[in-house]
Write a protein that binds this ligand. Sequence first.
Ligand SMILES: [Zn+2]
Length: 103
Amino acid sequence: MSADFDGATILAEITQRLNAKARADLRALDKHPDELQSRLVFRCPVCGWRSSPAQADKFEVYGEGDHDVTYNHCGADFQVETQVTHIFISPAARTAPAPGGAR
Ligand SMILES: [Zn+2]
């Protein structure tokens, strides 16, 4: 290790490079010609702008199925399909496991 090793500076440099790559990846999505599947955003097929349903004030898009959207960014009309996945999380067991293991 050199005397001028600075972990914080190196970490900041790595973070900056990763953020730049992430922004470049997102910009590439704007122009990608294929259908876009995302867990976070939908994309306007006209202007390429991406936003979450909440950012676009289109909360109905969170529901399962097809949604007609008039995008407030550019006024384009298009359809967004939403596929919902449910994950059911139950609370921890209230009693200790029975002696001898699970039954
Ligand atoms: Zn648009």
